[in-house]
Design a protein around this ligand. Structure first.
Ligand code: HEM
Ligand code: HEM
Length: 169
């Protein structure tokens, strides 16, 4: 067994939430719709912090279950990409949270100090929040290519590690 059912649910829930975050973030930045969209971005973003916390906690606690039969280079490549994806998601929520604290009326449970959020450091974090979408795009592209390689080229059961249907292992 590679991942437990809750871990599979966390993975796909995270994917869905990130998709919504990218769309609502861009909709706000480029004025595609009304101001409600940045409120939705913050509410879903705070829920994402919770899901991500649960996901990382369950991954750390159940590390021993994650055994692999892949080649060494595949294990290294996927491990590096996975760790980078986790770092990117954490960086997104941290920079986003600080940026949102600098809004006139933040929709946050515990906004950080507004003077800090609007300081030079806060502005830098906002710049990072903008740039991170390109990092995420690159990492997700690599990640999807890896998944497709196993599904279509190697024709092994790697993809089913992240599905809920019954698995051979
Ligand atoms: C994986 C999580 C997240 C993703 C993918 C994401 C994505 C984005 C994107 C694409 C934008 C539009 C700016 C641009 O890049 O061109 C944006 C803006 C913004 N995000 Fe996020 N975001 C995430 C998490 C968060 C969180 C957790 C918060 C706060 C609770 C947040 C608050 C904001 C704010 C306030 C802006 C508008 C900044 C401004 O232009 O003033 N984001 N986000
Ligand atoms: C926002 C998009 C995505 C993010 C952030 C993401 C993140 C991750 C992370 C961090 C892992 C490692 C889990 C762990 O060991 O803790 C993982 C595993 C996996 N993901 Fe994604 N993922 C995304 C989209 C996708 C998509 C679109 C697919 C399918 C094409 C996919 C298929 C898989 C598979 C099959 C695994 C298991 C790999 C293995 O057993 O070694 N992911 N994902």
């Amino acid at each position: 067994m590679k991942y437990t059912k809750p871990q599979v649910v966390y993975h796909w829930l995270t994917v869905l939430m990130i998709l919504v975050m990218v769309l609502t973030g861009l909709a706000f930045r480029f004025d595609w719709t009304g101001a409600w969209v940045i409120q939705a971005h913050q509410v879903i973003g705070q829920s994402l912090i919770l899901v991500l916390g649960l996901r990382i906690a369950s991954r750390v606690a159940l590390r021993a279950l994650h055994q692999s039969t892949h080649k060494v280079w595949e294990r290294v490549a996927s491990h590096v990409t996975h760790v980078a994806l986790y770092i990117c998601m954490i960086a997104f929520v941290v920079t986003g949270y600080v940026s949102a604290s600098g809004l006139n009326t933040p929709n946050l449970l515990w906004p950080v100090d507004q003077t800090f959020a609007r300081s030079d450091t806060g502005e830098t974090l906002l710049d990072w929040h903008y740039s991170l979408k390109w990092v995420l795009l690159g990492l997700v592209a690599l990640h999807i290519l890896g998944a497709l390689k196993h599904l279509l080229w190697d024709k092994d059961d790697t993809f089913t590690h992240m599905t809920l249907r019954s698995r051979k292992d």
